[in-house]
Design a protein. Structure first.
Length: 472
């Protein structure tokens, strides 16, 4: 049998997600178990949403967890480049090939027409999909449109009849009527590929044997299968892992659970504990043994044992597990961990900037800056709510502030300040109403150093999560 090659293909569009760590762990365990290779491919074809910092954080977080890949943008490999944005020319060549063999077509429809089409279909209670207007343009018409330089996208020509099917290692045979599939866009008008084209082409060229990814991609796979067939390529095996869920069984979301790996790292969750915990999401070592190392997981790992009942990401359980691993640390490990992760020189230097003027003796640093290290005691709504406002307004104000902060990735004082000012003016609150609310929730104190600087130092994860925790 040829070498097992699996990949993780994160899109660097936000915080490094626990879901990415989960998928990586299962790919890693499968690769190691079978003497195969794990490939990291960064899927950054969404130019607007992709961020270099997010890409770096994904890599740092996965390394922190000890989930090291064998080929990737940082370490190279035989099948690079490993960043999709550096492979655009390859994707374009493949779109051309599909055009040549009649498996794809150019679509010149304007976004206005498409919006009208969608609105009409919605109005009639129909599934929204492209109506195929450009599917069979005559040669002369096509020539004319091309010479007029009208912009176009390349769409996949999904067969109108029949079914597309594939076999999922844990879900069995899955099939869908082609009629239900949309003529998916493969290449956008700016020449960038969409996920579907880039993903299939790169998986093939990188010789991926097993595509192990999250459940949310199940519905895309029939389209991918059509592409494999059109190119005449052998298909990899497909495995769609069950989605992580919040306690109420909804898909894991930051509204109900911290999802950023940075958050867990900042809170002193140990990588071994998180990996062990993620290893229990849809898989188990045995009925008796919940605590196991990644090496033990690898030894027993079998994809066919994955069960599909949605695994619950239960913070209490993770904390319990972490407690177990903390107890196992020896004094050196403990001292090193706390110094490097919590009291790093970098962090202390930042805190110095805001606290040094307030200290008479240095030991006051612990008391005056405690909120930089651990959550303040919960303050009640009564204490927080300004006399001029209602409790619901306080909650609404914090919720809308979170929406702004969630999309702020450059976590620096000036930007935080800008957001706070803009938001406050937008909702028409006075500084003396607004600022104490935030200060109390974040620091548990009525006085603190300048708020935006405090928020900057506290960090993106911790400050947002403290607000979120307070609201819920
Ligand atoms: N870029 C996709 C993601 O971020 C990859 C999905 C896949 O593994 O095919 O989830």
């Amino acid at each position: 049998m040829s070498e097992i090659r699996v990949r993780i293909a994160p899109s660097p569009t936000g915080d490094p997600h626990v879901g990415t760590a989960y998928i990586t762990l299962f790919n890693y365990a499968f690769a190691k178990k079978n003497g195969g290779k794990l490939i990291l491919r960064i899927e950054d074809t969404d130019e607007v949403r992709s961020k270099e910092s997010s890409e770096e954080q994904i890599m740092t977080s996965l390394k922190w967890l000890g989930l090291q890949w064998d080929e990737g943008p940082d370490c190279g490999g035989e099948y690079g480049p490993y960043k999709q944005s550096e492979r655009k020319h390859i994707h374009r060549q493949h779109a051309d090939k599909l055009l040549d063999i009649g498996a794809a077509y150019r679509c010149f429809c304007s976004s206005k027409r498409l919006a009208e089409l969608r609105a009409k279909q919605k109005e009639q209670g129909l599934k929204t999909k492209y109506d195929g207007k450009c599917r069979s343009l005559g040669d002369a018409e096509l020539e004319k449109l091309l010479s007029s330089r009208k912009s176009y996208v390349v769409r996949m020509k999904v067969p109108k009849e029949g079914v597309s099917k594939f076999h999922d290692v844990i879900r069995g045979d899955i099939e869908i009527e082609n009629d239900l599939l949309d003529d998916q866009i493969l290449l956008k008008s700016d020449g960038f590929p969409t996920y579907h084209l880039a993903n299939v082409v790169d998986d093939h060229l990188m010789k991926i044997t097993h595509v192990i990814r999250a459940e949310e991609w199940v519905n895309s796979t029939p389209k991918h299968v059509i592409l494999y067939d059109a190119f005449g390529w052998e298909k990899p095996q497909f495995v769609h892992l069950p989605l992580l869920r919040n306690a109420d069984r909804s898909k894991i979301s930051k509204r109900k659970n911290p999802i950023s790996l940075n958050y867990y790292r900042k809170r002193g969750i140990l990588p071994k504990a998180l990996v062990n915990f993620l290893g229990l999401m849809g898989w188990s070592y045995s009925a008796e043994k919940e605590i196991f190392s990644v090496e033990e997981m690898i030894e027993k790992f079998d994809l066919r044992q994955i069960h599909l009942g949605g695994p619950i990401f239960d913070l209490k359980k993770l904390t319990w597990m972490n407690h177990h691993y903390v107890q196992k640390m020896d004094e050196d490990e403990f001292a090193d961990y706390v110094r490097e992760e919590m009291f790093s020189r970098e962090h202390l230097k930042h805190i110095h900037q805001v606290l040094f003027e307030r200290l008479e003796t240095l030991d006051q640093f612990v008391e005056k800056g405690f909120y930089f290290f651990s959550p303040p005691p919960i303050v009640s709504m009564e204490e927080v709510c300004p006399p001029t406002r209602q409790p619901e307004e306080v909650k609404a104000m914090l919720n809308s502030l979170l929406e702004h902060l969630d999309v702020l990735y450059v976590w620096e004082m000036v930007h935080i300040q800008e957001i706070i000012d803009k938001h406050r003016t937008q909702i028409d609150w006075k500084p003396k109403e607004y600022l104490p609310v935030l200060r109390l929730i974040l620091t548990g104190r009525k006085d603190s150093p300048p708020l935006s600087k405090t928020i900057e130092i506290m960090g993106r994860e911790i400050s947002r999560q403290r607000i979120r925790d307070w609201i819920t």
